[in-house]
Design a protein around this ligand. Structure first.
Ligand code: ADP
Ligand code: MG
Length: 436
């Protein structure tokens, strides 16, 4: 077998003989072989959904295929490009990315005073899982390297300890999987999947605030892993005590290991990040230009990286080294792109859907089941609270409900909120999450 690609071709052909052509086109064809170590083959897919489906339904078939083709057993490991943390909102026309979770390593993580402690803790965990800090809880603002550190742990372990079952997951994916497992009456395999891990890396755990069944399940998953001496690493945009509506017992668990925060990089670190990232893309960034950017962008490494990519794209058109004027233009572009996205109705409905475990289409439908009606009323209330759009517009986005229906819904929710503390917290969470 010449290459991993060819090997995978053969496996794909083998799978084709065992499934319908449609399924094959949908689930096997889009897989891309990424790497192969002694006994683990990594295949990447474009979305979390696809990854989970392939994992559930086809990983044993794929393993069977690899066994046939290679002559020895391997474990198939699927990774999603969506949750690799490098999802670009607006990819550059040139199509350059730093993406692929493999790109996030300890080697290319630049250490400065703001992230030194978190970096050291993550490295200690990667060198000695379950031996150093458990759980490790890393928190800090957006774009400061939390996801990068989780993948660095994962990548390090896949090199040094390939026998360990390591899972990276976003807390929202955990929630969605749980909801669908409950929906399909299939919680058993859900439990099994999580409870057989050696290392669980959960990203953006703040999103489980307020979601009771998820917290309940997470608590049990957490305990059974912890009791079995398995490593858990969590990230969040805030410390455990500030995660709204987090049950006390889960907060206590989160705080029971080591908590490390990441703060925005100071000037020198910003300059070195800029220079390093430009060098990675193969172009020179003068001190003057790097310093100019570092003076202007202060609190987010993702933005610094965005600038470096922009300047690279400018260079594709005109091959001269970036000037201060280029940097100015790039900063303007970035600031423009990053203006807070207006909170959309869809976002709110999505949040309500996740919180209640009711599908978005049911929320927008005419169905009258009590739980659906309640979710719908809360969605209307939250939309009204945070967007201030008119009652008519709200009615329109829920399948043409009239003004009176919307008014009635808002009134109903306001009344409930007066007396129901639990519901207040839940609505607060939905509002917070919708703004994120
Ligand atoms: P967060 O998860 O905290 O929002 P990410 O880990 O996604 O942030 O980081 C945003 C981007 O900045 C990523 O592309 C990441 O590689 C990069 N980055 C963050 N911190 C560093 C660092 N210390 N050194 C190099 N790149 C970094
Ligand atoms: Mg992240």
């Amino acid at each position: 077998m010449e290459s991993l690609e060819q090997c995978f071709e053969a496996v794909s052909e083998f799978c084709k003989t065992k499934m319908s052509e449609t399924s094959h086109n949908l689930f096997i064809k889009p897989l891309k072989p990424v790497s192969m170590t002694d006994d683990v083959i990594v295949l990447s897919v474009s979305s979390d959904w696809l990854k989970n489906t392939v994992q559930e339904r086809y990983s044993s078939l794929l393993e069977e295929g690899f066994l046939k083709v290679l002559g020895f057993p391997v474990k198939v490991n699927l990774v999603s490009r969506e949750s690799s943390g490098s999802e670009e909102k607006s990819p550059l026309s040139g199509g350059i990315t730093f993406s692929g979770e493999g790109a996030y390593t300890f080697d290319n993580f630049i250490v400065g005073p703001g992230n030194r402690f978190a970096h050291a803790a993550a490295l200690a965990v990667a060198k000695n899982p379950s031996g150093a800090y458990n759980p490790l809880f890393i928190y800090g603002g957006s774009g400061l390297g939390k996801t990068h550190l989780l993948f660095a742990i994962k990548n390090e372990l896949s090199k040094t300890r390939p026998e360990l079952a390591v899972l990276y997951i976003q807390s929202e994916t955990f929630t969605n999987e749980l909801i669908s497992a409950i929906g399909q009456g299939n919680t058993e395999s859900f439990h099994k999947r999580y409870r057989t891990l050696d290392v669980l890396l959960v990203d953006d755990v703040q999103f489980i605030g307020g979601k009771e069944s998820t917290q309940e399940e997470f608590f049990h998953t957490f305990n059974s892993l912890a009791t079995a001496g398995k490593q858990i690493v969590l990230t969040s945009d805030r410390p455990p005590k500030e995660i709204k509506s987090l049950t006390d017992r889960l907060q206590t668990r989160f705080e029971s290991g080591l908590i490390a925060d990441i703060t925005p990089p100071e000037y020198e670190t910003r300059v070195s990040i800029l220079k390093q990232k430009a060098e990675d893309l193969g172009y020179p960034l003068s001190d003057e230009v790097a310093q100019f950017i570092a003076d202007n962008l202060k609190d987010n490494i993702r933005q610094l990286e965005g600038i470096v990519k922009k300047l690279y794209a400018y260079r594709l058109m005109d091959n001269s080294p970036p000037t201060i004027a280029d940097a100015q233009a790039a900063i303007k572009d970035i600031m423009h792109e990053e203006r807070p996205v207006p909170i959309t109705i869809d976002k709110v409905i999505g949040e309500v859907s996740r919180t209640f475990g009711i599908s978005e289409s049911d929320i927008k439908s005419q169905k009258r089941d009590a739980d659906i009606v309640q979710a719908r009323q809360i969605a209307m209330y939250v939309i009204r609270e945070i967007t201030g759009i008119t009652l008519e517009e709200i009615g329109d986005s829920f399948g043409g409900k009239d003004h009176a229906t919307v008014t009635h819904s808002l009134k109903k929710v306001r009344q409930q909120l007066k007396t129901d503390q639990h519901m207040r917290e839940m609505v607060d969470d939905i509002i917070q999450n919708s703004k994120n």
